[in-house]
Design a protein around this ligand. Structure first.
Ligand SMILES: Cc1cc2nc3c(=O)[nH]c(=O)nc-3n(C[C@H](O)[C@H](O)[C@H](O)COP(=O)(O)OP(=O)(O)OC[C@H]3O[C@@H](n4cnc5c(N)ncnc54)[C@H](O)[C@@H]3O)c2cc1C
Length: 319
């Protein structure tokens, strides 16, 4: 910890790591609680990938993810939150538990009384053999979140890339939207008879041949399958490879992650780790913008009240 204190400024009330929907909501709430709050981020919000989200309450015509982040950043800074670009590479807590110290890749150190981790997850991406990955996401021929945009592909030809139960479950979910759903194994199908039977009963096709090539154009995704003469054309393809939580910072503070690297919500109750909260995708649960904003508001309010309590500003019978 002492090694972390070189280059440190005056302590602030709260440090938030992450400027996605969770961190920015928490920052806006805390600024409105008149807290000295700094949000540090390294530009990797998954919301920046969202071509146009149509399931955010209040935006029936949808909103582009990057525009949402600009609006939310403006909202937080307008009330006094400070947003700083940089990667937090190390985090620790004083032995007397008074301050957290975070070191950035620039070498700067931020000391704070409270901490919110809103670091999100990394989507495990598919590799395209032809076509630009980002352009394919923007045009909607490549998708990563059936809950977010399955509706947009109602009655279209949908492929799910994945050979395990996760892929099977995603294909079954998308079957609500279209009769034409095909599960394509990346290497070989790793399903027992039971899920195969369930997929067959609900009308999901399962291909056995390995994928040789993925090619995105502006209008469609072409998938070349081993043993087939011509590539198959789909309106969209959902890789079902899951995601990897960005929970390294949480792990530096204690044993707070589950075997999948996710942070259980309960790990952040005051009793277990006072002064630390987490919000958004990095927590186990539903990875959605509305959930992230709700958890950001909750984390901010609980942390604000925790600090009030530390300072003797909470009535004893309200604790
Ligand atoms: C293609 C796509 C489409 C989607 N469409 C929708 C949709 O339509 N509707 C919907 O509700 N959801 C959608 N989602 C999911 C949505 O983007 C996420 O649920 C949401 O962004 C989660 O917010 P978050 O704040 O938890 O994490 P993120 O938005 O991922 O933000 C994480 C933040 O943490 C920062 N960070 C991480 N580690 C560090 C570090 N060590 N130092 C500094 N900064 C760090 C990152 O830079 C980033 O600012 C979509 C996701 C994808 C990939």
């Amino acid at each position: 910890m002492t090694s972390l204190s070189a280059g440190e400024g005056a302590p602030i009330d709260i440090l938030i790591v992450g400027a996605g929907p969770a961190g920015l909501t928490a920052g806006m709430y805390l600024a409105r609680y008149r807290r000295d709050v700094r949000i540090v981020h390294d530009g990797r919000s998954r919301a920046l990938w969202v071509p146009r989200s149509r399931n955010i309450p209040g935006f029936p015509d949808g909103i582009v993810g990057a525009d949402l982040i600009v609006r939310m950043s403006d909202h937080a800074t307008r009330y006094g939150a400070e947003i700083v670009e940089g990667r937090v590479v190390e985090i620790a807590r004083d032995e007397d538990r008074a301050l957290f110290r975070a070191r950035l890749d620039s070498g700067a150190v931020i000391a704070a009384r409270g901490l919110i981790l809103a670091t999100g997850v990394d989507t495990n991406l598919a590799r395209l053999d032809s076509g630009d990955h980002q352009a394919a996401v923007r045009s909607g021929v490549l998708r990563y979140c059936p809950i977010c945009d399955g509706f947009e592909h109602s009655d279209q030809r949908i492929a799910v890339l994945g050979s395990d139960l996760h892929g099977a479950a995603e294909a079954m979910f998308l079957r609500q939207y279209s009769r034409d759903v095909t599960l394509i194994p990346k290497w070989q199908v790793a399903l027992t008879d039971k899920p195969r039977g369930e997929l067959a009963a609900s009308g999901v096709d399962v291909l056995e041949g390995r994928v040789l090539r993925l090619e995105a154009t502006e209008e469609a995704m072409f998938v070349a399958i081993e043993g087939e003469a011509a590539p198959r054309r789909f309106d969209t393809l959902y890789p079902a490879f899951g995601s990897t939580p960005r929970s390294e910072l949480a792990a530096m503070l204690g044993p707070l992650t589950d075997p999948n690297g996710c942070i259980p919500f309960s790990a952040f109750s005051d009793g277990l780790l006072p002064g630390v909260y987490a919000a958004g995708d990095v927590l186990e649960g539903l990875d959605q913008i509305s959930v992230a904003t709700g958890q950001g508001a909750m984390a901010a309010t609980r942390l604000h009240n925790w600090l009030r309590d530390q300072d003797g500003h909470v009535m004893a019978d309200q604790k």
